[in-house]
Design a protein around this ligand. Structure first.
Ligand code: COA
Length: 150
C-alpha cells in the first residue's frame, strides 16, 4: 500500500540520488535549479507557506517518489515529480500523480496545473493517464502546460 507523508530534510538526499546529471535535473524541475543540485537548493524551494513537499512511501516506509504542491487561489500546482529510477515503469508514477491530485483536493484546490518539458514522453504519458490535458497557448515551445479540473 502506497501513502504520502510530508517530506523531511533527510529525504532530500534520497531524492537527489535519483538525479544523476544535468538533463535529469532539467526534466525534474526545468531551468529553476542549477547543476550540480545541492540539498540547500532543493530545501530552499519550500520555505514559503504556499508550497508543501511530499514523498510517496510503500508499506515498508521506503521512499518511492516525490512531488511538491503550490496552492494559489483555487489552483494547486504540482512540481518536482519524480519516481526512484529503479522503480520506474511499474505504475508508481501514476499512483504518485493520483495521490498528488487527492492531496490537492484535500487542500481545497478545484484545479491542478503543471508544466512539463515538451519532450518528456514518460511524464506526459503519466499526466495524460491521470486525466491532465494540454492547455492551449503558452510562450515557451519547450514547455507544455497541462491542467486537470477537479
Ligand atoms: C515521469 C515519471 C514520474 C513516471 O514514473 P513511472 O513510475 O515510470 O510511471 P508509470 O509506470 O506509472 O507509467 C505511467 C505512464 O507513463 C508511461 N511511460 C512510462 N515510461 C515511459 C517511457 N519511457 N516512454 C513513454 N511512456 C512511458 C506508461 O506506459 C504509463 O502509461 P500507460 O498507463 O498509458 O501505459 C518517471 O519517469 C520519472 O521520475 N521521470 C524523471 C523525472 C521527471 O521527468 N519528472 C517529471 C517532471 S514534470
Amino acid at each position: 500500500m502506497l501513502s504520502l507523508r510530508e517530506r523531511v530534510d533527510a529525504d532530500i538526499a534520497t531524492v537527489m540520488s535519483w538525479i544523476p546529471d544535468e538533463r535529469a535535473l532539467y526534466l525534474f524541475t526545468g531551468p529553476r535549479l542549477v547543476w550540480p543540485l545541492t540539498v540547500d537548493q532543493l530545501a530552499a524551494m519550500t520555505v514559503t507557506s504556499e508550497i508543501s513537499a511530499w514523498v510517496m512511501v510503500d508499506d515498508e516506509s521506503l521512499v518511492i517518489g516525490h512531488f511538491d504542491l503550490t496552492l494559489a487561489d483555487d489552483t494547486a500546482r504540482i512540481g518536482r515529480v519524480i519516481v526512484d529510477p529503479a522503480e520506474r515503469g511499474r505504475g508508481y508514477g501514476g499512483a504518485l500523480v493520483s495521490l498528488a491530485v487527492e492531496r490537492a483536493r484535500s487542500l481545497g484546490a478545484r484545479r491542478v496545473a503543471l508544466n512539463v518539458i515538451a519532450d518528456n514522453a514518460p511524464a506526459i504519458a503519466t499526466y495524460e493517464q491521470a486525466g491532465f490535458r494540454q492547455l492551449p497557448g503558452g510562450d515557451r515551445p519547450d514547455v507544455r502546460s497541462m491542467a486537470l479540473t477537479l
